[in-house]
Structure formats: structure tokens, C-alpha cells
Design a protein around this ligand. Sequence first.
Ligand SMILES: Cc1cc2nc3c(=O)[nH]c(=O)nc-3n(C[C@H](O)[C@H](O)[C@H](O)COP(=O)(O)O)c2cc1C
Length: 266
Amino acid sequence: MFASKQEQTMSTSDTLREFKFIDLIYSHVSVRSYTGEKVSDDVVRTIVEAGQHASTSSNLQQYSVICTRESAKRNTLAEFAGGQNHVAEAPVFLTWCVDMRRLNDVCEEYGWQQENALLENFLTAAIDTALAAQNAALAAEALNLGICYIGGVRNHIGEVIALLKIPKFVFPLFGMTIGYTAERKPDKPRLPLTGVLHWEAYADNPVAEAVAKYDITMQEAGIYRGRGLAESGEAYSWKLHSARRVSSGVRKYLRRSLQTQGLDVE
Ligand SMILES: Cc1cc2nc3c(=O)[nH]c(=O)nc-3n(C[C@H](O)[C@H](O)[C@H](O)COP(=O)(O)O)c2cc1C
């Protein structure tokens, strides 16, 4: 079949966006402002069940989700997350946890011991958790809800563990606000595909070019406007912001929290 004239002037991704689901994925933006409208229990169940349909390593399904609806608890979680208002505002807060407890119990049933300190096992469970969460996020967005991941739950991880009564061998990875969108911010551009997609082997040069190009795109979009340090003479954009972020060594206490949860990963 020949492409129509209109299709010929579109980029491949524009054409593919005609598929509603692809368009939904491209339309993602984190939502940090919610209306007061309630999200029903049925909707929450559907979203989490959609998460469960994601691929999972060896079908182990090593994750659990804690749904917080009580506003007092959401307020506390908002504080723990560093005073993030959207956590208090969204009617639903999901805490996505690695859950190695279920199979720990099953192992004990057989008189075996789960390898709770093995990095591979933790990584597998963390990957499963993230895949399920992202499936759930898309399901929520398909139902016209807004979402925002909240890594801030790891800011005061001990307090979050105590508040949500999270047992041993379970570890909260991140939270997710869910609610009906009050305000939608403009989409955040992503790195040019040439900086991410490598054909056949990893290629360095196009990546550096793509990063430089993206820095300008983000500067023009004003995404990091006003967030630079005063002493920095350089234009503050994605490169400086991200390099500062990954070199600052945040949440160094996580290893201790993992140990407390019986997951002495090495
Ligand atoms: C694991 C994870 C943790 C995040 N933690 C937070 C957070 O604590 N607070 C927040 O407002 N956004 C958080 N975000 C959202 C990111 O900042 C956001 O996805 C990113 O800037 C890209 O913007 P977009 O989602 O609007 O496209 C998190 C995202 C991920 C994947």
C-alpha cells in the first residue's frame, strides 16, 4: 500500500502516533497538580492489575504495591518526600516495593534459604517492580488520570517503612501519585534518538552531538530556568543540571536500610 501525501510529509513517528496507544505513550507528562475528584477503588484495582500483566523475570513477580488513600497519611508521606505538595494533593499514592518476602517464605517452606544478599536477585525484583509500575502508569494515563513517580519516598526511607508497616524482605523503591489532572505542564523534550539508539554497536560521537543538541533544546524550552547556582557563569541546562545531580551522591544511607530489611545486597 502507498502512503498518502499527508503521510509522506510526516516523520515515521508522526505516522505511528496515529496508533492511539503510541500517541498515549508520547503524550506522557508528569502531573503535579490534581483536582479533588476521587479515584474509585475499582480504578485503582484495574491500574495495579494492568501493572501485573507486565513481563516479569521467570514469572517471579517480586513486587508489592501499597495504596495510600487516607489524607493524613498522604500528608505525612508528602513531608517524608521532601515537602512535595502533589503527594498530599493526589487522592491516591502507590508505594511500589520490591517484595522478596513471598518467595522467602516459600523457600522456608521447602527448608531452603532465598539468596537475599545476591545483587542479581535484588536487581531482578527491582526491574520487575519498575516494569509493573510503568504498565500501571500507562493504564492510569489511558484512563485519563495523571501520574507522577516519587523517588522522594527514599528521602526518609526508614520513616516510610515504619509508617506503611513494611516488613522484612520488602523494600520501597518509589511512589506514584495518581489523580485527575488539574494542571498539565508542557511535555518535556527527550534526548534526540541518535543519542539513545545505537545500531549494531555502541557509537560515541553521535551521542555527544545529541547531548549538546539536547542541552540547547532544553535551554530554549526553559525547563531548568532559574534553577542554576548563582556562582555558575555557564548557561544552566540539562547537562549542568544532570551532571550536578549524578555527582552529588544523594541518599547514601540506602545500603543500611536494605540491610535492616534483611536485604544485605552486595
Ligand atoms: C523513579 C522516578 C522517581 C521520580 N521521583 C520524582 C519525585 O520525587 N518528585 C517529582 O516531582 N518527580 C519525580 N519523578 C518524575 C521525573 O522528574 C520526570 O519523569 C522527569 O523529569 C521527566 O519528566 P516527565 O515525566 O514530565 O516527562 C520521578 C521519576 C522517576 C522515574
